[in-house]
Structure formats: structure tokens, C-alpha cells
Design a binder for this molecule. Structure first.
Ligand code: HEM
Length: 545
């Protein structure tokens, strides 16, 4: 008699099958990894996890370590079930960036990210500039925004605005006792963020965000002013929500839909962030519609404000002198004005792109100038040569442009301490770089510090020497990338340099600036933006005891 054993699926069976599944998964993972088509050097990844390095917060630090170990082109894998399909190619060599940073708008690396459901949800892949994957729409937005950011009347407004805000900040410093003989120290990094917030809000919308005033009230413990002033509270909400809009973009971009919808904490966070975005969208649309009315009601020959909102709303309309004068043969005649949604997206992007970048860069400039007094001296001589000794003299846009040595300082500081540490590119079609073949949708990461410290392009790269930019020597192509390069180069470059130079004049002509801690390095956290955590300084009015 045959006995048929009954098969029961108990825990040990389950564990056995689970183990088999795991072993099969790991084996096929490594078989695929070791037989991959393009064996680019790089650390060996782990199934599901990818490379541990990618979890470390300071990307520029680990990228530089891997560059030393694996060379100027290496690959890392991100986590996920299909992590072998989710890799980044890191490039730390200027010569290898030629295709990636081509200035042709129809080049093969037009995107910053791969297709991304989270960014689609945020409506950012078909509008605006930074994450726009619709190349026609990106090119249209870029063209219009360049017209605004390069307009002399806009840049002149930026100089005036920097000067006025600096006077406001000095008033608060005085009230808080920073300028008295005890020389109380304070965190310049926190002030610079508020300064740039007010500056960029004013330049984009011609409204006051009161970030400096709100910060002053907080430090001054002026509870009554903080709680009772409805206008200040509303401005603070607006500023906070603009920051949250940026947080929302990163959260939706980096959190897969499944994790966003299954985990209760993420579900709550998504809901809250979407509420913030909805509030902001309404608020900015309100501003746009009010401004549209003001423009409509203005007399035809009345000079309109030179803020970005007004300029975006008038370009390619009859209020635009170039457009109004265009003939049927001009290209301009077919140009269309921006829609309200397009204007709104550009306002967000300028606020997101123009505040922290310039504020942090200024902190790094101050850090280096305190460590290199001879450079500071040379800078002051240049400023005096152009603006004279009177600290109250007019600072014009044209004169600021003559400050070549100040420009060289900004370049050298940003070479050693770039505020943005990595550039992103994604291929549209298969391509070849450094002899390796890459399919469409490959993610490339350009390691800015790796290139800006490369001995092939820089003599004594570790040395702080602004003079290297004063010689007539050519900088090798794509060796200085702190504003990016190619078709997607930073759009606020001229504006940022103008603001930084104006701040250098305003601060250093009048004050001596010292760091509280001269022996410590810069305190910063690094993700994509190197964010200056704190910069405690003491300042005193020059020639005072
Ligand atoms: C010191 C200050 C700044 C630094 C270091 C900086 C740096 C950068 C970098 C590295 C990029 C990426 C470029 C690339 O991928 O090749 C970028 C893009 C961009 N920046 Fe800036 N930026 C600064 C200030 C500003 C300001 C003031 C604005 C606006 C008023 C601005 C607007 C933008 C925009 C719109 C883009 C996206 C361009 C595109 O994708 O086509 N930036 N910036």
C-alpha cells in the first residue's frame, strides 16, 4: 500500500521558499551586474539598497572620495526593486561634459530629471523652466525670462533695491546693538537669507515680504508687534509657504507614489503640502490679476514698474516697446504673451532659485575675505578707485560692472566653495560618452567640485587666488561650472553677480568684518545646494574704536 504524504505549508516551508526567492534574486542581480554592457568603474551595489554612498547626505564629499578611487567617470546605483536600472553616471572631467553641456537647445541632454510622476503632479514638468520636460515650452519660458532678467531697467531696479534693503538691515543691526563698541556677534547667514528673501520678493512682485523686519522683531522679542500686525503675519506665511513649495517639489520628486499613498505619515505630508500649494497658487494668481488690472488701467505712456511680474505680463503685448514696434516681417509678431499659469510658475522658480543661492554665496565670500586680508585690501582699492571714498555715494549698475577684481573674488570663492555642487542631465536618445554607450534616459551627474579642483585645469587648485582670473589666460571650457553650463546655464547669473558685488561694496566700505571663529572651517550642510548653516561675525564701523 502506498502512502501519499500530505503537503502542509507550514512556517518552515515558507521560510525555505522565501530563502530560495532571496537567493535567486541576489544571484540574478549579481549575474546581471557583472555581465552589464558598460562596466563603468564604481562601488559594487547591493540588491534593493544600491550603493550606501548615495544615502550619505554630503553628496559632494562622497562624490569626491569616489572620484579619487574610481576616476573621472564612475557609476552608482540608487535603491529600489529594480535598482540596476536606477543608476547615476558621475562625471568629474570637463572634457567629458562637452555633449552634456552643449549650448544647442536641441542637444541630446535636454532634461534635468527622468520622467517623474511626483513632479507631474506638482505641474512642473510641462511648465516653467527648472524641471520642464516639454522642450518647446521650456525654450519659450527661457526666452521670455531671459528678456526680463537681462533688461537694464530690471537690473537697475536690483541695484536700487539692494541698497535700500542694506540700509534697512543696518538700521536693525544698530537697534540690536551689533554696531556698538561691545561688538556683539551675530549670525550673518540668517540675515543674508532674509535679505535675499526681501530682495527677490521685491524684484519679482514689487511687494515687501518683510522677512528682515520679521527676523528683527523675533530677535528683539517684540511679541506684540509679531502677534498683532496682520500684515507681517501674512507676509511671514507667504514666505514660509514659498519655502514649503520647494520642500513639496523635492518630496513629490523623490517619494514614489506607492510610498506617498501607503505610509500614513507620507499621506498626511502629501495632503498638507498640496494644501500649501493650493493656497499659494491662489495667492500668486491674485497678485497676477491685480497687476494685470493695474497695467490695463495705466495710461499708455505711463512708465510701468520694472519688476519681473510686470515685465512677464507685458512682454509680447502692446505695452512691450519691441513688440509694439515690430513689423509683419519680424519674428516677434508671432510671439505670444505668457499665460497666467506660466507667469505663476516662473515666479515660483525665481523665488526658489534666487534666494538661498545668492545668500549662501555671499556668506562664502565673507568667509574667504576674512581669511585673506590682502585680497580684501585689493578689493577695497578697486572699490575706492571706482566709487571714491564717500560711503554714501551713488552706486550705479554701470559702475558695478567695472569691478573686475570683485568679480574675480566671486569666481575664486565659488570655485573652491560652489553653492551648487552638482548638475543634472538626462539623455533623450542613446549616446556615447568616454567610449561608453548609454541608452536614452540615462542620468548624468556633473561633479562641480571634482572639476573645479581638477589638477588638469587648475594650477595649485587648493590655493585661494582670485588673481588667476585677472590674467588673460583662458579658463578651459567647462572647468568653471558654479553657474552650470550649456543650454540650461543659470538664468540669474548676471543678477546674482550684480547683487553680490553691490553687497561687497555696501558692507566692506563701511565696516570691518571679523569671524568669531577664525580657526574653524565653513559650517555647511550639503545636498545639491551647499547651505551655510551659520556664520557668526562681529562687525564694527570703520575707524571707530
Ligand atoms: C550665486 C547665485 C546662484 C548660483 C550659484 C546659481 C547656480 C545655478 C546652477 C548651478 C544652475 C544649474 C545650471 C545647469 O544645470 O547647467 C542654475 C539654474 C537656474 N538658475 Fe541659478 N544660481 C544663482 C542665482 C540665481 C538667481 C538669482 C536666479 C533668478 C533670478 C536663478 C535662476 C535659475 C534658473 C531659472 C535656473 C534653471 C535654468 C534652466 O533649467 O534652463 N539663479 N543656477
Amino acid at each position: 500500500m502506498t502512502v501519499i504524504e500530505e503537503f502542509t505549508f507550514d512556517t518552515s516551508n515558507f521560510l525555505f521558499f522565501f530563502l530560495i526567492f532571496i537567493l535567486t534574486y541576489i544571484t540574478q542581480f549579481y549575474l546581471r551586474y557583472f555581465s552589464r554592457q558598460n562596466p563603468i568603474p564604481g562601488p559594487i551595489p547591493f540588491p534593493l539598497i544600491g550603493n550606501f554612498e548615495t544615502y550619505r547626505p554630503n553628496s559632494s564629499q562622497w562624490a569626491n572620495e569616489l572620484q579619487k578611487k574610481y576616476g573621472d567617470i564612475f557609476e552608482v546605483y540608487l535603491g529600489g526593486l529594480f535598482s540596476l536600472n536606477n543608476k547615476q553616471i558621475w562625471i568629474s572631467n570637463a572634457n567629458l561634459t562637452n555633449k552634456l553641456l552643449s549650448s544647442h537647445s536641441n542637444n541630446n541632454f535636454p532634461y534635468r530629471t527622468t520622467e517623474n510622476e511626483g513632479l507631474d503632479k506638482m505641474d512642473m514638468t510641462s511648465k516653467g523652466i527648472v524641471f520642464n520636460r516639454n522642450i518647446n515650452s521650456w525654450a519659450y519660458n527661457r526666452k521670455i525670462l531671459s528678456q526680463v532678467l537681462m533688461a537694464p531697467k530690471f537690473l537697475k531696479k536690483a541695484v536700487k533695491n539692494t541698497k535700500e534693503l542694506f540700509c534697512e538691515m543696518e538700521k536693525y543691526w544698530e537697534k540690536l546693538g551689533y554696531l556698538n563698541e561691545q561688538e556683539n556677534d551675530f549670525n550673518l547667514a540668517s540675515w543674508m537669507t532674509r535679505f535675499m528673501t526681501d530682495s527677490v520678493f521685491n524684484l519679482t512682485t514689487n511687494t515687501n515680504s518683510h522677512a528682515l523686519l520679521n527676523y528683527f522683531n523675533t530677535l528683539n522679542k517684540d511679541e506684540e508687534e509679531i502677534n498683532n500686525n496682520h500684515l507681517l503675519k501674512e507676509s511671514e506665511k507667504f514666505v514660509n509657504y514659498i519655502r514649503l513649495h520647494f520642500v513639496a517639489c523635492i518630496f513629490f520628486k523623490d517619494t514614489p507614489k506607492l510610498l506617498r499613498t501607503i505610509l500614513p505619515t507620507n499621506r498626511r505630508k502629501s495632503k498638507e503640502l498640496l494644501e500649501v500649494v493650493a493656497w499659494l497658487n491662489n495667492k500668486v494668481l491674485e497678485l497676477i490679476r491685480e497687476r494685470k488690472k493695474e497695467i490695463e488701467n495705466a495710461e499708455p505712456d505711463e512708465e510701468l514698474s520694472a519688476d519681473m511680474l510686470t515685465l512677464l505680463l507685458t512682454i509680447n503685448t502692446n505695452r512691450d516697446p519691441k513688440y509694439a514696434k515690430a513689423t509683419v516681417d519680424d519674428d516677434l509678431i508671432n510671439a505670444r504673451p505668457m499665460s497666467e499659469d506660466e507667469v505663476r510658475e516662473n515666479v515660483y522658480e525665481i523665488m526658489g532659485g534666487g534666494i538661498d543661492t545668492t545668500a549662501n554665496t555671499f556668506c562664502y565670500v565673507v568667509y574667504y575675505l576674512t581669511h585673506y586680508p590682502e585680497v580684501k585690501q585689493k578689493m577695497l582699492q578697486e572699490i575706492e578707485k571706482i566709487f571714491g571714498k564717500d560711503t554714501n555715494c551713488e552706486i550705479t549698475y554701470e559702475d558695478i560692472n567695472k569691478l573686475n577684481y570683485c568679480g574675480a573674488i566671486i569666481k575664486e570663492v565659488s570655485r573652491l566653495m560652489p553653492t551648487v555642487s552638482v548638475l543634472f542631465r538626462v539623455s533623450a536618445k542613446p549616446d556615447e560618452i568616454a567610449g561608453y554607450k548609454f541608452p536614452a534616459n540615462t542620468q548624468f551627474m556633473i561633479n562641480i567640485p571634482g572639476i573645479q579642483m581638477h589638477t588638469s585645469y587648475w594650477k595649485h587648485p587648493e590655493k585661494f587666488d582670485p588673481d588667476r582670473f585677472m590674467y588673460n589666460e583662458q579658463i578651459p571650457k567647462n572647468a568653471l561650472l558654479y553657474f552650470g553650463g550649456g543650454a540650461r546655464v543659470c538664468m540669474g547669473k548676471q543678477l546674482a553677480i550684480l547683487q553680490l558685488k553691490a553687497l561687497m561694496i555696501l558692507l566692506y566700505r563701511k565696516y570691518d568684518v571679523e569671524l568669531v571663529d577664525m580657526s574653524g572651517g565653513i559650517k555647511y550642510t550639503s545636498t545639491v545646494v551647499n547651505h551655510c548653516e551659520e556664520l557668526p561675525v562681529k562687525i564694527k564701523v570703520k575707524n571707530s574704536v
